[in-house]
Design a binder for this molecule. Structure first.
Ligand SMILES: [Zn+2]
Length: 457
């Protein structure tokens, strides 16, 4: 079973959570092109995103970017790609995370994408989008509006299927941009004490593909055209300056953790358990085993393994969060609430952990408390489809059908489903007091959806 299929199953199971123990834990977000069936799915996992942030932090700072404002988001896709759509996020395919073998190679990917942001390549592209019609073709327009309505966060970080040819064109950098991004990336890596051997190895991964037809190339190759010159200039740089970068056990640790968690979900439990001994960080090994046992529906073993990981790092909110998810999906609702409460105490501002806590409360029938916690999650990060679904349920269960409709309309808008968004936005506008904040949000989605639906016809 592919990761994608599994994640989709988890998504479908959200609404029937109480009856079926889901096999997969990761929160996902569908991003859909307007008028197209292709979608990209984000794997929203707080542990994986935190590990990527740890790896990215020195690089973003070296690039003059604010590490707190740029999210590292994982796309559930086994092909190799990484891209930026705006100034708020760097997208990395799960396939690329699994493919690379060392922290410095993944950090080279991040440095190169950070350079596209810092050098203004993406700003120019957005500036060139002449009108709303182009935005709509890319599937961006509605998301932009939903973002403005839902979170106050600028722009989207939300877009289209990577298979869409419109998006492919949008993402394609020129060779001049690639050379400039490489030069900047080399500086960022050097200032961060990270070996540029990672950049060279990244290039070598794709070397030779320029001779292949587009269909056979990795998408990374299409968005970031590689030339011999780029490999040569990185190699020349290494020859002239040598490799002064010291070993970095911290980076190695976060890389092992990110890659270990991604693969524990994407590979079979047998594969993960068979390779457990290869992982020399004991906590990471136990975390991976916990996921494997959980996917085998063995709660006792999963619980023992995650408890062993927590014992190694008692203040680690992300391990406690994983335990909470394991408990939820085995319908241990009261224990899940208590465990998520611990995770929130350790990381009170993490939107994905708050969303999980809200889900646990909802499962335990504590609807009012769930509503309050889920609203806190939404205020911090609206790009979480499962959270929005839970939030609508919490509103509905506490008797506020108008707000349930607003949140549902916003969720459909984010999913690129304007017809459905329109139905719920109309319902919300009818139910809420004119001019109230919820009414205003519904109105925004209503207008955007109407325009989008009209354009489609
Ligand atoms: Zn590039």
């Amino acid at each position: 079973m592919t990761f994608s299929h599994g994640a989709a199953m988890a998504f479908e199971r959200v609404s029937r959570l109480a009856s079926i123990p889901a096999l997969f834990l990761l929160t996902i977000l569908w991003l859909v092109t307007a008028g197209s069936a292709s979608a990209i799915t984000l794997l929203r996992d707080p542990d994986i995103e935190n590990g990527l942030e740890e790896l990215a932090f020195p690089i973003l700072r070296a690039a003059g970017l604010n590490p707190r404002r740029i999210k590292l988001l994982v796309v559930d896709d086994s092909s190799l790609n990484a891209f930026v759509l705006d100034h708020n996020a760097i997208f990395i395919h799960s396939g690329l995370i699994e493919k690379v073998q060392r922290a410095d190679v993944l950090q080279a990917v991040i440095a190169h994408e950070a350079a596209h942001i810092a050098n203004g390549h993406i700003a120019r592209r957005i500036g060139n989008l002449e009108n709303a019609r182009t935005l709509s073709r890319l599937g961006l327009g509605l998301s932009l509006l939903a973002a403005a309505a839902g979170g106050g966060e600028a722009a989207m970080g939300i877009a289209a299927g990577t298979q869409s040819s419109a998006l492919r064109g949008f993402l394609k950098h020129t060779r001049a941009e690639e050379t400039a991004a490489d030069n900047s990336a080399v500086s960022y890596l050097r200032w961060s004490d990270i070996s540029i051997k990672g950049l060279i190895d990244l290039h070598r991964t794709f070397a030779g593909q320029e001779l292949l037809s587009v269909e056979r190339q990795d998408p990374y190759m299409q968005s970031h055209p590689l030339t011999r010159d780029r490999i040569r200039s990185a190699e020349t740089y290494l020859e002239s300056y040598g490799d002064q970068a010291p070993a970095n056990p911290d980076a190695d640790y976060w890389f092992a953790r990110v890659r270990g968690k991604v693969s524990a979900f994407s590979r079979s439990s047998k594969w993960t358990l068979g390779r457990a001994a290869e992982e020399h960080h004991r906590d990471i090994r136990m975390m991976r085993e916990a996921i494997a046992w959980h996917r085998d529906r063995n709660l006792a073993q999963a619980r023992a393994a995650i408890d062993a990981a927590i014992a190694e790092r008692p203040d680690d909110a992300y391990y406690v969060e994983l335990k909470g998810q394991i408990l939820i999906e085995h319908r241990q609702t009261q224990a899940a609430v208590a465990t998520y409460k611990q995770a929130v105490d350790l990381a009170p501002n993490n939107a994905l952990i708050l969303a999980g806590y809200g889900r646990a409360l909802l499962g335990a029938g504590q609807d009012k408390a769930a509503l309050e916690v889920l609203e806190r999650a939404r205020a911090r990060d609206y790009r979480d489809i499962r959270m929005l679904r839970d939030l609508a349920v919490a509103y509905s269960k506490t008797g506020n059908d108008g707000m349930a409709s607003v949140v549902t309309a916003e969720r459909y808008a984010l999913q690129g489903r304007p017809e459905d968004a329109l139905i719920h936005a109309r319902r919300a506008v009818g139910a809420l007091p004119t001019g109230s904040p919820g009414w205003q949000r519904a109105q925004d989605v209503l207008l955007a959806s109407e325009r989008s639906v009209k354009r489609k016809r």
